[in-house]
Design a protein around this ligand. Structure first.
Ligand SMILES: Nc1ncnc2c1ncn2[C@@H]1O[C@H](COP(=O)(O)OP(=O)(O)O)[C@@H](O)[C@H]1O
Ligand SMILES: [Mg+2]
Length: 403
């Protein structure tokens, strides 16, 4: 293989990786000169009815940055006629605007169009001594021009895709932001009138004095309960919405340490109950410790709650084998369990499968868990059967070093 062909192959390889027009021009201006052995090369782009000399690589300045009418330069002729021009003596050729060449070193040239159908540019090669470049050289330059046209189309495509992705991402972020702001202000603004209701209910009770009918007192109590429940729902919703807005930290997290804190906090809930804890070894992971503590608090809290009717509750927290390079943590209990047909729904806001009378709650915990795990790039899923207990799994990134 001669050196021109070899150089063409390298250029083709480089072009296949070029993502921008600038990168394409950078590759081509050097490659053209190497392939032709010329003293200079230019990269010309069609700009409406002008030829724009966008780039060059030459022993002395040519026309970089200049624009000429299509009808008054050889690159224009090449594009309009959709074929190469090979000129041994430029001053003897009527197609050449001699004045533009006089300040330059150029005596001979070979110019090829980029894309023969509807050309978008041209590649010029110039010699300081008179010569007739051989047909093989012109063929190699034409091949380079063909690959250049593909590379430019790819770069255009890539740029428009990139633009679209950016636009979509921005739209999504905006929509998401609006939604967050909305739910935040809703939950925030809803609580004030609720507080007032609670306050007035207290006053009303006092005003009625000790003598109201038993029925009225019972109804007032019901209203009060509802107000308290709504306040709890809104408080949870507010926490959920805050979580979506909070910045996320990322550091090495000791899950075992978090777990013992969570267990400690739950000790009040299991007073007088018989709970067998089985704590496996937990790995260190990468994430936000405050958020991951919420995950454990929700899942272990559920395990404690839904085993309440078991004479002997068993709760197990451990690590399953690493999956796709990520830690898999599970929380298992022998409690009420649920029908797997609803497993996905449980992770939605306010979704509950159990009666408020049996197991109290707001149905926000698992939605929070999923949101936090998703923000960490992980997954969460459940496995259960009615009366057979439940296992919740989630994945998290291992710390950088342990991977
Ligand atoms: N460990 C579990 N065992 C049985 N059911 C569960 C368990 N964890 C969650 N669930 C079901 O998923 C629902 C949603 O859970 P969650 O979002 O934490 O809300 P909450 O705890 O406030 O009820 C629960 O109401 C329950 O029906
Ligand atoms: Mg819960």
């Amino acid at each position: 293989m001669d050196s021109g062909t070899e150089r063409l192959l390298t250029a083709v390889q480089d072009l296949s990786r070029a993502r921008t027009l600038d990168a394409v021009m950078e590759i081509v201006r050097h490659a053209a000169r190497d392939i032709s052995g010329a003293d200079g090369a230019t990269f010309v782009l069609r700009d409406g009815d002008k030829c724009f000399y966008a780039e060059e690589d030459a022993i002395a300045p040519l026309w970089k940055g200049k624009r000429f009418p299509m009808s008054a330069c050889i690159s224009g002729w090449v594009m309009l006629n959709r074929k190469a021009a090979v000129i041994e003596d430029i001053y003897a050729d009527p197609r050449i605007p001699a004045d533009a060449y006089r300040p330059t070193f150029v005596k001979s040239l070979a110019m090829v169009p980029i894309r023969t159908q509807d050309p978008i540019g041209a590649i010029g090669n110039y010699w300081a001594t008179k010569r007739m470049p051989p047909p093989e050289t012109v063929r190699l330059l034409e091949a380079l021009a063909n690959f250049t046209s593909i590379a430019i189309e790819n770069a255009d495509l890539y740029a428009s895709l990139e633009r679209r992705v950016q636009e979509r991402t921005r739209d999504l972020a905006e929509a998401n932001h609006e939604l967050e702001a909305f739910s935040y202000s809703v939950s925030h603004d809803l609580r004030t009138p609720l507080r007032h209701m609670d306050g007035f209910l207290g006053l009303l009770k006092k005003a009625l004095g000790p003598g109201p009918g038993a029925e009225a007192a019972r109804l007032l109590g019901k209203v009060e309960d509802s107000v308290k429940r709504m306040d709890l729902l809104i408080a949870d919703l507010l926490a959920f919405s805050r979580m979506g807005r909070a910045e996320m930290r990322s550091c090495r997290v000791d899950l075992a340490g978090l777990l013992s804190q969570v267990k400690e906090e739950l000790s009040e809930d299991i007073r007088g109950r018989s709970v067998a804890w089985n704590m496996g070894e937990l790995p260190e992971v990468e994430g936000d410790p405050d958020l991951l503590r919420q995950v454990l608090a929700n899942l272990v809290g559920n395990a404690v709650k839904f085993t309440r009717k078991q004479p002997q509750a068993a709760i197990e927290v451990g690590a399953a084998p690493v999956k796709d390079g990520r830690a898999v943590i599970y929380v298992r209990d022998n409690g009420a369990g649920f029908d797997m047909a609803y497993a996905e729904r449980l992770f939605g806001l306010f979704q509950r499968l159990h009666l408020q009378e049996d197991y109290e709650g707001t149905g926000i915990g698992l939605a929070n868990v999923r949101r936090i795990i998703k923000r960490h790039g992980g997954e969460v899923w459940a496995d259960s059967a009615p009366g057979k207990g439940a296992t919740f799994y989630f994945t998290l990134a291992l710390p950088a070093k342990a991977r």
